[in-house]
Design a protein around this ligand. Structure first.
Ligand code: IMP
Ligand code: MG
Length: 369
């Protein structure tokens, strides 16, 4: 994943695939033009990279000329083709090969063909590294399309987004799939674990439970796990930076997935900001904080009930239970306002059957995407 200006792009076409396509175009052009001393008319700026690769594969005499045209602003065609450097060379009675980086709507090509016609040329062919047939609105034949691609915005190999990306040796495509990243909250006994398991299956999300991530890193003695343990052994809190680094590693492993359910993190607004930064660096963001809301008395009753069978000592003492619930509200109050300020807080009634609660959560999640 890369970021150019404000947008994220993901890897799309490898250098190898591009070179194979260029080899094929070069073969066809060699077969047709060898001995004919053609003029390659390169359309700047984007075609410089392809032109260099293509023309260096041409066997025999040829000439190279440049024109410069532009029509794109950002990721959209303006529909208005401007000629920045005109045709100022002799083309009459010559074999012309137009070299384009990409043919999209075909407006640039149309304008160029008009200019060639004025110069007395009927005999031309078009070579383009990329061709978007779905976007093409013209009738002119594209003789040598290197790679046909769907109607996505791409960068690299000469192509740019507002000036950047031309130097990339692979082609990247604008990231379109928006991830769904949930920060899941719920007081002890609200059924958060149960719902996390249902939601991760239903929406194909990766469940990142901070507790599990800690245990995993410590058990496997990873560098971060060992570092975290050194604080814990001294009875100190693990610094946010260590926790965030562990989460970053988990996020990295699943960066191409549909999204995450964060469970047990963030706990403070500093952590919430760190999570924002982490996700931003991956081209995504927190979609929503979803909190299961359950009345205290219901929670106390549920946990005491669970304590009878679970054997968890913290589930069998009413006072301990009430303290845990209080701590939960103290912690989440700050986060609730943090996400509320971004219109990303959603409280969901957590009393009912598992299916009913999943349904209520789904209503919230479905409107996010
Ligand atoms: P057309 O005139 O619509 O065919 O657009 C051709 C020109 O638009 C190309 O020469 C590029 O400069 C630009 N363009 C079209 N599609 C893309 C793209 O996906 N990425 C970057 N530039 C593009
Ligand atoms: Mg161009």
């Amino acid at each position: 994943m890369i970021k150019l200006h404000n947008l994220y792009f993901e890897k799309y076409i490898s250098k190898h695939k591009i070179e194979q396509a260029i080899d094929l175009v070069a073969q066809s052009i060699n077969a047709e033009y060898k001995g004919k001393n053609p003029i390659f008319v390169v359309v700047l700026n984007g075609a410089f990279h392809f032109a260099s690769d293509l023309i260096s594969r041409f066997e025999g005499d040829c000439e190279v000329e440049f024109i410069k045209m532009s029509s794109y602003d950002g990721t959209e065609s303006t529909g208005n083709v401007i000629v920045d450097i005109p045709l100022d060379f002799e083309i009459e009675d010559r074999e012309i090969i137009i070299v384009e980086d990409i043919v999209d709507s075909g407006q640039t090509i149309e304008k160029l063909i008009g200019m060639l016609a004025q110069g007395g040329i009927a005999n031309y062919k078009i070579a383009t590294l990329f061709f978007k047939p779905e976007a093409y609105t013209k009738e002119y034949k594209i003789h040598y399309p290197g790679l046909k691609i769907p109607n996505d915005f791409i960068v690299g190999y000469g192509l740019d987004y507002n000036g950047l990306g031309r130097n990339l040796n692979e082609v990247y495509k604008l990231k379109s799939t928006q991830m769904t990243n949930l920060v899941l909250f719920g007081p002890p006994g609200a059924g958060k674990g149960t719902q996390a398991n249902v939601l991760k299956e239903k929406y194909n999300l990766v469940h990142i439970s901070t507790g599990d991530v800690f245990r995993y890193n410590i058990k496997n003695k990873t560098e971060l796990g060992t570092l975290a343990k050194s604080y814990m052994d001294k009875g100190q809190l693990v610094p946010d930076s260590v926790t965030i680094d562990m989460l970053a590693a988990e996020v990295e492993k699943n960066a191409d997935g549909k999204g995450f359910i964060f469970d047990g993190f963030p706990r403070t607004s500093a952590q919430a900001k760190a999570l924002d930064e982490l996700l931003e660096s991956k081209g995504t963001a927190v979609s929503a904080m979803v909190a299961l809301e359950v009345d205290d008395e219901v929670l106390v009753k549920r946990l005491l009930e669970r304590g009878k069978t679970s054997g968890r000592p913290d589930d069998s003492n009413e006072e301990v239970i009430r303290r845990r619930i209080r701590v939960y509200y103290e912690e989440t109050a700050i986060l609730k306002s943090f996400y509320e300020a971004k219109d990303k807080y959603f409280g969901v009634d957590g009393v009912g059957s598992i299916e009913e609660i999943t349904e209520r959560l789904s209503v919230v999640i479905d409107q996010l995407v």
